[in-house]
Design a protein around this ligand. Structure first.
Ligand SMILES: C[S@@+](CC[C@H](N)C(=O)[O-])C[C@H]1O[C@@H](n2cnc3c(N)ncnc32)[C@H](O)[C@@H]1O
Length: 230
């Protein structure tokens, strides 16, 4: 099994010898790769939808890994008993969905030793959730695949020092380590926010005088200041 850059970067964040739960597994490529490479001891591959569940089952059987990867259909962490997995990967979903999954089964989330999250949107919400719920971000990576930029966040239980709100947008460790894709990442945040601000401004003076508009404009200015420093 050869992974694309995004899933490979996620795989690189999985410690050796753990039991992993890949929540929203779809094709189960990640757990199959991790078992083939003998990185994980065992794996649980969960998906809420029947199509992806069947596709994961088929792939696991095709690679003769039924003994090592348990494929389960269910919503989020419902497929896990507390303590059954050491690491949960939740990749390829929106940030709000990731937060919902982590919040819905606190008794399972509390027994996880590492989270590896790849939100498609709203990564700042995920970082805020991690901070509020006592997870420390231990690694952040940017990956480009087929012209699209992805953020991958790894976290472990612990108390995180508060960071400036703008670093929740950028990623505190991305800002610290300054990977080559950082400028492009911040530019994408700026482009998105410029569109939001422009759409709001079209709403007229009442919107322009709103606290929300001022907040977005402030955030946009901060991002522009940050990119100018790179
Ligand atoms: C875009 S795919 C990502 C597949 C894989 N994780 C990856 O990153 O390549 C998203 C998958 O998450 C599943 N999914 C969405 N919400 C879910 C939830 N609440 N619980 C479990 N699976 C979910 C979908 O059915 C879909 O198969």
């Amino acid at each position: 099994m050869k992974l694309g850059q995004r899933l490979q970067t996620i795989a690189n964040m999985v410690p050796t010898g753990v039991t992993i739960a890949d929540i929203g597994t779809d094709h189960a490529y990640l757990p199959i790769y991790l078992m083939q490479q003998k990185i994980t001891a065992s794996a649980i591959a969960g998906d809420v939808h029947h199509g992806p569940y069947l596709s994961a089952q088929g792939a696991v059987a095709a690679y003769h890994l039924d003994h090592a990867i348990s494929v389960r259909q269910g919503n989020g962490l419902e497929v896990l008993r507390p303590g059954e997995a050491d690491v949960a990967v939740i990749a390829g979903m929106g940030g709000a969905n990731i937060i919902e999954i982590l919040s819905a089964r606190p008794e399972v989330t509390a027994t996880l030793k590492r989270l590896i999250l790849q939100p498609m949107i709203a990564a700042s919400l995920v970082r805020t959730w991690l901070y509020v719920n006592n997870w420390i971000i231990i690694d952040e990576q940017l990956v480009q695949e087929e012209g699209k930029l992805y953020q991958i966040i790894a976290a472990e239980p612990g108390e995180m020092q508060p960071v400036e709100p703008i670093l929740n947008e950028i990623g505190p460790l991305l800002w610290q380590t300054k990977p080559p894709l950082l400028k492009q990442h911040i530019q994408e945040l700026i482009d998105h926010l410029r569109n939001v601000v422009a759409a709001m401004a079209a709403g007229g003076s009442e919107v322009i005088n709103s606290e929300k508009y001022r907040e977005y404009t402030r955030r946009l200015n901060e991002l522009e200041d940050r990119i100018a420093c790179l």
